[in-house]
Design a protein. Structure first.
Ligand SMILES: Cc1ncc(COP(=O)(O)O)c(C=O)c1O
Length: 387
């Protein structure tokens, strides 16, 4: 079967040497990053401090808008940060936990860093309620909805669960939250770039994620979407001179906030990472998330079918509509198997209560999917012989 997305393979040098099945952790580096970073160094070397005015100051806005295009966010509504944890902190700093509405509702399948951050807000008055999973794959939507009540302030929730790739019912969660006056921070780290995200259609309050996984943008850049009507009113207390109405006036005393996206930023921006992420974002825009999703459903279905043939435990939804880009397979000795796969140039990772995570992306061939599972088969055979 011809696969038009494979024409992008040549853009990713690591695909020549490895079976790259780990885009849920670190997307493959586009060849264009060499030029982007070289040009960054040239600009610094030749333009010196003038680079700020000529390019660097507005770079964060440009990258924010490029990310916004991918999630149907209006221009100017996406600010950039270093990581998702910081994005959560910026949002938290817009709210006050001393009143009656001070409850944070999240699930135990959120990414741990997000939990650690919210748990640490208890001394400031946040009441944190963790809604628990039974099966390690999902938290029933009704259970989450029941926990969201009139005293709920914020619901930080993953769009796609990192352990299982379960797609949460974001629409239902946002609707319930809004009905009772709460806000949702949708963590789209494991969706944007592989599962369509439309922040405007969802009417979500905040969305955040990073670019280093499915967006092939490398470490160091995260994004924060703030719904425009909130964006012009909220006042983040985690702030700094980039958020000032007149940064270059260097006024003393309290901040006078500028408009989004700078309003949600704080100190000097991370220019090298912003430069490095652009080639990946460009490719993802060209390929199109709908095309990526289509292919991902096919290849993840194939992974499940092959794992089933061996009777291995699947910790990922079987329903393609509820499944993101990863298949977590808990075969016997899964942690050791994942190490052996790495040694054989099949790049995957292993997570407790998930197993080995296989994440084909638009640049992977169907043969690579089959080869990854064949490699597991061989490893298990060798281990049985050795024991
Ligand atoms: C859903 C999700 N949220 C957040 C993170 C990471 O958070 P941070 O950007 O703060 O390191 C990850 C993985 O790295 C993730 O899978």
């Amino acid at each position: 079967m011809s696969d038009p997305l494979l024409r992008y393979r040549a853009e990713f040098p690591i695909l020549e040497r490895t079976n790259y099945m780990i885009s849920n952790s670190l997307g493959a580096m586009p060849r264009g990053v060499y030029d982007a970073l070289h040009s960054y160094a040239d600009t610094w070397a030749t333009r010196g401090v003038r680079a700020w005015e000529e390019r660097w100051w507005m770079l964060s806005v440009e990258v924010g808008n490029e990310l916004g295009t991918l999630m149907n966010a209006p221009a100017g509504s996406v600010s950039v940060h270093q990581n998702v944890t910081t994005c959560q902190a910026v949002v938290a700093s817009c709210f006050d936990f001393s009143g009656k509405r001070n409850k944070i509702v999240y699930s135990d399948l959120n990414f741990p860093s997000v939990m650690y951050f919210w748990e640490a807000q208890r001394p400031y008055g946040a009441r944190v309620q963790m809604v628990k999973t039974d099966d390690g794959i999902h938290v029933p939507t009704d259970r989450l909805l029941d926990a969201i009540d009139e005293q709920t302030l914020i619901v930080p929730v993953s769009h796609v669960i990192f352990r299982s790739a379960y797609i949460n019912d974001a629409r239902a969660i946002i609707e319930k939250a809004h009905r009772v006056g709460a806000h949702v921070i949708l963590d789209t780290f494991q969706s944007l770039g592989t599962v369509p995200v439309d922040v405007t259609a969802l009417n979500v309050d905040f969305a955040c994620g990073g670019v280093l996984k499915w967006l092939c943008g490398g470490p160091g850049v995260a994004y924060l979407y703030v719904r425009p009507d909130l964006g012009t009113n909220l006042e983040p207390k985690l702030t700094g001179w980039f958020a000032h109405k007149d940064s270059m006036a260097f006024e003393t005393g309290p901040i006078r906030y500028t408009d989004p996206p700078f309003r949600f930023m704080n100190g000097t921006t991370h220019i090298p990472s912003l430069e490095a992420c652009r080639p990946g974002l460009k490719i993802i825009r060209e390929v199109g998330v709908d095309n990526i999703r289509e292919k991902s459903k096919r290849q993840t279905a194939r992974l499940i079918q092959l794992a089933d043939q061996h009777g291995w435990r699947i910790n990922t939804p079987r329903d393609p509509e509820r499944r993101g880009g990863t298949v977590s397979i808990d075969m016997p000795d899964s942690q050791q198997v994942s190490r052996n796969l790495l040694a054989r140039e099949v790049l995957v990772d292993w997570r407790p209560r998930a197993g080995v995570r296989f994440s084909p992306h638009f640049y992977n061939t169907d043969q690579e999917v089959d080869a990854a599972i064949a490699a597991v088969e061989e490893i298990l055979k060798e281990r049985r012989v050795a024991v």
